[in-house]
Design a protein around this ligand. Structure first.
Ligand code: NAD
Length: 296
């Protein structure tokens, strides 16, 4: 059996189209332009690429993009003052502080200083609590994108066995909460899990968010299962730098019913969901109806 490829690139384009349509309506009918502020501290090359890409896509869907680039030695007080200024700026509906922050800055403190309703990354403790209790929240972008693809592929996820490999705050845990919210039976596996292949073999849905290149093997996968590969790993192969996931695509695609590729799977959905969260935040801030199909 050869798995159906879940095309995240194409799916992300449809999400961006929906966002752009909603932004156009907000401008025309309400005179409001959603705005996303991205704060980058320091010169981490990967973060610079992400921030550029986020800014470009924000403008492409018709929203305002505000980029704040601060020196690597910026003090915590100055960063908190900028976040406070953005919290109080009515033209800013979404705030994202690019992680990781330089070591002298307390990431939890900074993230929790963002107004929860503008926290489009969904990392603020209030949003974590709201998601965990099934209330309306800002949902972290990568798990939200993964959920959208799963819903699109399966319709209802109710009653399915899901295994999430990885328990990070930005992917594994919120992913598990979202699957639970959609009535899956959820197992969270991690670095101390015993017999990981056996745990994964039970799953109708496998979400791999580990950060270990091609760790998940085809013979761990139940015939016909859906595999969402969140991993992004740069490795050298045959003298070239290539991007691979946490799943061994060659063997897994022989057993899975459907699989997201790397690149072109979860990756493009993450920024699309950031834009979706920004337009949702803008609607909520203005007491307007939220766009359908862009939130959990
Ligand atoms: P993390 O390092 O914070 O967490 C990794 C998790 O994997 C941990 O909970 C750990 O317990 C678990 N783990 C490690 N080794 C394991 C093993 N041998 N067996 C089972 N579990 C193991 O990573 P993260 O931030 O959650 O990211 C995970 C991956 O997803 C990375 O490759 C990252 O680059 C990628 N990622 C992609 C996107 C995207 O947009 N597609 C977004 C965020 C992260």
């Amino acid at each position: 059996m050869s798995a159906q490829i879940i095309d995240g690139k194409a799916f992300a384009a449809t999400v961006r189209e929906k966002v752009a349509g909603h932004v156009a309506r907000l401008k025309e009918e309400n005179g409001i332009t959603p705005g996303l502020a991205v704060v980058l501290v320091g010169e981490d090359p990967a973060s610079q690429v992400y921030v550029r890409s986020k800014g470009k896509q924000t403008v492409e869907v018709g929203m305002n993009s505000y980029e704040h680039k601060l020196d690597a030695d910026t003090s915590e007080a100055d960063l908190l003052a900028l976040v406070d200024q953005l919290n109080n700026d009515p033209s800013v509906h979404g705030i994202l502080v690019q992680l990781p922050l330089p070591g002298h800055l307390d990431e939890d403190l900074v993230i929790n200083s963002i107004a929860p309703e503008k926290d489009v990354d969904g990392f603020h403790i209030s949003n974590v609590g709201l998601l965990g209790t099934g209330q309306k929240s800002m949902v972290p972008c990568t798990p939200l994108g993964s959920l959208m693809m799963l819903r699109d592929h399966h319709g209802s996820l109710s009653g399915m066995d899901a295994v999430v490999i990885g328990r990070s705050n930005i992917v594994g845990k919120p992913m598990a909460q979202l699957l639970l919210g959609d009535s899956c039976t959820v197992t969270i596996a991690h670095s101390r899990t015993k017999d990981l292949p056996d745990v994964v073999r039970r799953a109708d849905i496998v979400v791999a968010a580990v950060g270990r290149p091609e760790m998940v093997q085809g013979d761990w996968i139940k015939e016909g299962a859906t595999v969402i590969d969140v991993g992004i790993n740069r490795i050298e192969r045959d003298g070239k730098n290539v991007l691979v996931g946490d799943v061994d695509f060659a063997s897994t695609s022989q057993r899975a019913g459907a699989i997201t590729p790397v690149p072109g799977g979860v990756g493009p959905m993450t920024i699309a969901c950031l834009l979706a969260n920004t337009v949702t935040a803008c609607c909520r801030a203005n007491g307007l109806a939220e766009p359908e199909g862009l939130t959990a």
